[in-house]
Every structure is written in structure tokens, then in C-alpha cells.
Design a protein around this ligand. Structure first.
Ligand SMILES: *Cc1c(COP(=O)(O)O)cnc(C)c1O
Length: 384
């Protein structure tokens, strides 16, 4: 059997964690073995080492490693004292955790629409969500822009809205750590930034994990306390209500190894994205990054109008090519979120995108012949 034929038969993963593991070789095993030897499973030396490395990587003054991306978001809202009567604006076209943390704090998520070209929070709709929140008697306290699929949101426009209304900004960079906006890495674009190290994210660990980035000294101190049950100097005299929000030492040790190859992986992901754009631009709406940002391509998401989108997914599946639909239902159409308020003017773009989006296999180890097979299959399915 020649190489070409073998490639045609191999199942293609949507995100290939195993290929990365092969590249890392023994480095991860050895890092884990070191933790097993020193036994400091909670807040061990690897956690603070990772926090320093992540801070250096993105340029933030403080990094607080957390148990998940969701806890990272939640801890910031807790630290800001956001609660009942407060409104937090978030996009409707995102993973539910963005709004979940708002509701968990007792505050009200107010959903805004996104821009079709970027999948990210539409500043005009964000402004209309603030208007809706005020009319409902809620106090608009914060905006949570999401850097969806790895592409930074329009941070300058969002910062301007926040400033005009005296609101905070919490950047949900769960999918976008490593991406840049106007030459700066995410982590410093908002007063606080949260990311996730869920295995399928661009920088993932081998379990759950996340981190918060901030330049605000007082906020960082409060977050470190909230992360450990609200303890301050005296371990058994809680100063405030907190949570168990720490990152495990073993996950930190794994992330330290993965961070070393992350810059190269970002380059590789961008090469994959470029080849997709060149191969598919004529048959589908492919994502465009523009010149003020770079993406880390958590997903490579194209748009195909219904009913052809579902036919494409079925055709690809038949050829062993997996796809993902992120997101089939915007938040305001999901049972848990449908009673929360939405921006004036509704959320037509989020609703339209839910019917059009389809994400193709994307990772740093997608070999060119495999990608050519995917491109060929998409083109064939969409021809005519
Ligand atoms: C993954 C994700 C989260 C949550 O991260 P976890 O680590 O899974 O808790 C939050 N927001 C967005 C946009 C995400 O994609």
C-alpha cells in the first residue's frame, strides 16, 4: 500500500491531542514523575513556575492559575463583587460558561449579538444591551467579550463602551490564549482576562485548568484569596467567601512542557488556516482575521447556508472527516438561558450563524496531505 492510500483511510481527529503527545515524547512523563516524587500536589512549585512563565508569555503583571476556565471567569466576577441586581453583558454566540458564571454569581446575563464576519461581540449590540439592562432596572457592571474560535474581539470598541458606562471588562479568552490584538497578546487587553486549559483548547492540559491575567495588584491579591476559600494570612480565619479554585500541580507541570512548544504550534495552526482559506475561499465563507489581530485558531469555522451546511457535515462524515457545529444553539435558545434579557434589536446574527457554521479539523499536527483530502472533500460536497 502506498503512503497516499494509507492517508486516505486513516480516521482524522477533529483535534489531535495524541499527535502532540508523540512530539512531546518523554518530557511530559518526566515532568509528572517529578511531581510524584515531591508530592506537593496542591500549590506545588510547578504552579508558581507556570504562573511566571504565562505572565512572561502574555505580558500580564499577574497570573493566577485556576481549576478551570469557568472558575477563572467566576473568580473575577466574585472579586468584583458582582451579584444580584447587576447586569453583565455577554455575546449570545458562545459556549454557555460565559453566561453561566454571571448567573452563578446571582447577577443577570444580558445577551448581545455578534458580528457575522468575526463571530465576536458586536459593539453596537453591546451598547443596546446596556440600554436594555438599564431599562430593566439592572445596574450594568461588566462586559464579557469572548475571543471566539481564537480570534480577539474588538477590544478597543468594547473598552470605550465600558468606560462610557463605568463598567468593567472581563475578557473570555478561553479559546484564544496566545492570540494578539494590535500587536499585544491577550491577557492585557482588559482589566482581567480568563483562559482555559481544557485539553481541546489551543494550550490544553490533561484535565481541567485555567488562568486569570491582570495588571491590577489589588485584584490579583483578592483572586489569590478567593481561589483558596477566601483565606488571607491566617489559613483558618477566612476573610471572605471563596471556592476551591486552584490548578493541580500535575497539570501545571504538564503545561510547563507544553508551553515550550506553544509558539511553534501557533505558527503551524496559522499555516493550516492559510491553506484552508486558499482551498475553500471559493466555495464557502472562510474566516478573515484582518490586520489588527492574529488568531490561534481554536476552531477553523466556515459558513455554509442551510440546508447545505448539514448536507456537507453528512458528506464529510461519510468520508471519515469529523466536523463540529459550534454553536448549534445560541445561548438565548438554550433552556437554561432563554428567560434572560437580550439586547434591543434581538440577536439575528447569532441565530443566523447557528444555522451556517461548521468547524473543520484543526490542530498543529494536521499534515498537508490529510488537509488536502479534507479540502477536496469539502469542495466536492459543495460543488454544484
Ligand atoms: C471552554 C470555554 C470556557 C470554559 O472553560 P473550562 O476550562 O472548560 O471551564 C469558557 N468560555 C469559553 C468561550 C470556552 O470556550
Amino acid at each position: 500500500m502506498n503512503k497516499r492510500a494509507r492517508l486516505d483511510e486513516r480516521p482524522i481527529p477533529l483535534i489531535d491531542v495524541a499527535a502532540q503527545r508523540r512530539r512531546l515524547g518523554r518530557a511530559v512523563d518526566e515532568a509528572i514523575a517529578r511531581v510524584l516524587a515531591h508530592c506537593q500536589f496542591i500549590q506545588g512549585p510547578e504552579v508558581s513556575a507556570l504562573e511566571s512563565e504565562l505572565a512572561a508569555f502574555c505580558g500580564a503583571r499577574h497570573t493566577i492559575a485556576t481549576s478551570s476556565g469557568t472558575d477563572a471567569l467566576r473568580l473575577v466576577l466574585m472579586a468584583w463583587g458582582i451579584g444580584p441586581g447587576d447586569a453583565v453583558i455577554c455575546p449570545a454566540f458562545t459556549f454557555c460558561a460565559t453566561a453561566e458564571v454571571v448567573a452563578l454569581c446571582g447577577a443577570t446575563p444580558v445577551m448581545a449579538d455578534v458580528a457575522a464576519e468575526t463571530f465576536n461581540l458586536d459593539p453596537a449590540s453591546c451598547e443596546r444591551a446596556v440600554v436594555a439592562a438599564k431599562r430593566l432596572g439592572l445596574k450594568p457592571r461588566a462586559i464579557i467579550p469572548v475571543d471566539l474560535f481564537g480570534l480577539p474581539a474588538d477590544h478597543d470598541a468594547i473598552a470605550a463602551i465600558a468606560a462610557a458606562h463605568g463598567m468593567q471588562v472581563l475578557d473570555d479568552a478561553a479559546q484564544a490564549f496566545g492570540a494578539t490584538y494590535r500587536g499585544r497578546k491577550l491577557g492585557t487587553l482588559a482589566p482581567a482576562t480568563a483562559t482555559s486549559f481544557f485539553p481541546a483548547k489551543p494550550l490544553g492540559c490533561y484535565g481541567d485548568g485555567g488562568a486569570i491575567f491582570t495588571d491590577d495588584d489589588a485584584l490579583a491579591e483578592r483572586l489569590r484569596s478567593l481561589r483558596v476559600h477566601g483565606e488571607d494570612a491566617d489559613k483558618y480565619d477566612a476573610a471572605r467567601i471563596g471556592i476551591t479554585g486552584r490548578l493541580d500541580t500535575i497539570q501545571a507541570a504538564i503545561l510547563l512542557e507544553k508551553l515550550k512548544i506553544f509558539p511553534e504550534e501557533i505558527v503551524a495552526r496559522n499555516a493550516v488556516a492559510q491553506r484552508y482559506a486558499a482551498g475553500l475561499g471559493a466555495v464557502a465563507t472562510v474566516p478573515r482575521v484582518g490586520n489588527q489581530s492574529t488568531s490561534v485558531w481554536a476552531q477553523y469555522t466556515i459558513r455554509v447556508a442551510p440546508p447545505r451546511r448539514d448536507a456537507l457535515a453528512a458528506a464529510l462524515k461519510g468520508q471519515g472527516i469529523p466536523t463540529g457545529i459550534y454553536y448549534a444553539k445560541p445561548l438565548h435558545r438554550q433552556a437554561a438561558y432563554r428567560d434572560f434579557p437580550v439586547a434591543d434589536g434581538g440577536l439575528p446574527v447569532s441565530e443566523q450563524l447557528a444555522g451556517e457554521v461548521i468547524s473543520l479539523p484543526m490542530h498543529a499536527y494536521l499534515e498537508q496531505p490529510v488537509q488536502d483530502r479534507i479540502i477536496g472533500a469539502v469542495r466536492q460536497a459543495l460543488a454544484g
